[in-house]
Design a binder for this molecule. Structure first.
Ligand SMILES: [Zn+2]
Length: 387
């Protein structure tokens, strides 16, 4: 076990690194050939090909396209990418915040974890528990890092070379450069990436997970993988300036536009829960890019989470949320939302292993009633008459 001061030092170092990095990055961000560390050779999965990120001393090796099996019709969905008017994966970083005080979390609930019919924590974490395996707080799903450019995944600040693991059983449908552009291109913003089409779905839709910015890929397209199998290693390929894993969950089709918030799909730590909110103005329209504070009553530890920006982000069909804060220890919290010159506050109890839901509707304040159960009478909140 690493001693706590070493952990803290490491976390602090990682935090600085990640606050300096640019995930799917800024213009002139670090290219693979500028990486400070050469990729370490893979030791596991010897029978499968390894695709390594290029370094200063090695030219890119891109064996993928020649070796690809014929794809199935549904796997060609990635070719149906929206035409990028501007690169939707570019962004810059907001103001740094202090690092968390603890780098330890409990073991995760076993997957699939589905405490209610509406919840779907189907995936294990793509980084093992001996490293930080939770999202960077400032770079959550739905954050906007350039005008009208929104983050379609979460970033996990693991060091270069950390094994990247399959979040669930499935088949590899992409392995190499070009996930976004649909063709083998080292300048693809995702860099070296893997996509998995899972063996299970949700409400009739296929589920996909995406792992970006790898330093090397240890699986081949068409390969069947199980939860926890190593797919590759954390790197900084694509448009980034520091090592981290970009992780996405996609529903229905393997396209950039089909993402959902991974914090609603990754099993929480045991004894911890997930806060899900829909933050609206008085008229019922969602408020974008609104910082919300969540304070633990026990120790006043405070989290800040920002409501989804506009763009290629999708709410869960049931919750219609625009805010998710995962990995909260069970207990009592106060939600604080500034609105029209007033600071509104609301007490909630986070239950272990479950979603705690709230709605905020401007001057009408807070509600904690769950959305109606899907059925013939079900309609999303914006389709309902204002009470
Ligand atoms: Zn990212």
């Amino acid at each position: 076990m690493t001693n706590p001061s070493a952990w803290l030092h490491r976390w602090s170092r990682l935090s600085r690194l990640c606050l300096a990095l640019a995930c799917l990055g800024a213009v002139n961000a670090c290219h693979p050939s500028q990486t400070a560390q050469a990729p370490t050779p893979t030791e596991a999965l010897a029978p499968t090909p390894t695709i390594a990120a290029p370094s200063l001393s090695a030219s890119p090796t891109l064996p993928v396209s020649e070796a690809l099996p014929e794809s199935q019709p549904e796997e060609q969905a990635y070719l149906l990418l929206p035409t990028p008017v501007e690169d939707p994966l570019l962004f810059i970083f907001p103001t740094p915040r202090p690092a968390p005080v603890s780098a330890w979390r409990p073991p995760l609930y076993p997957t699939p974890w589905a405490p209610t019919p509406q919840d779907h924590f189907y995936f294990a974490r793509p980084i093992a528990a001996n490293e930080i395996n939770w999202p960077l707080a400032d770079y959550r799903y739905g954050g906007v890092f350039l005008p009208e450019v929104v983050h379609t995944g979460i970033d996990i600040p693991a060091p270069q070379g950390t094994p990247v693991l399959a979040a669930g059983d499935g088949r590899v449908i992409w392995a190499g450069y070009g996930l976004f552009k649909g063709k083998d291109d080292p300048d693809d913003p995702y860099g070296l990436a893997v996509a998995i089409k899972h063996d299970f779905g949700y409400q009739g839709d296929y589920l996909y997970t995406v792992y970006g910015h790898l330093s090397q890929v240890n699986v081949a397209r068409g390969q069947q993988v199980a939860t926890g199998d190593q797919l590759g290693q954390v790197g900084q390929t694509g448009k980034v300036t520091g090592a981290h894993l970009h992780f996405e969950v996609r529903v229905g089709r393997n396209t950039f536009s089909q993402s959902r918030n991974p914090e609603l799909w990754l099993a929480p730590p045991q004894g911890w829960g997930v806060l899900v909110g829909r933050v609206m103005g008085t008229s019922g329209l969602p408020i974008h890019n609104q910082p919300i504070s969540v304070a633990a009553k026990e120790n006043r530890q405070t989290w800040t989470v920002i409501t989804y920006g506009e763009g290629a982000v999708n709410s869960d069909p049931y919750y219609q949320e625009n805010l998710v804060l995962g990995d909260l220890p069970a207990g009592d919290y106060t939600i604080l939302i500034p609105f029209a010159g007033t600071l509104y506050n609301y007490d909630v109890h986070i239950n272990p292993g479950m979603v705690t839901y709230f709605r905020f509707q401007g001057r009408k304040g807070f509600h904690s009633d769950l959305p109606p159960t899907p059925g013939v009478e079900f309609a999303p909140p914006e389709a309902l008459p204002t009470p």
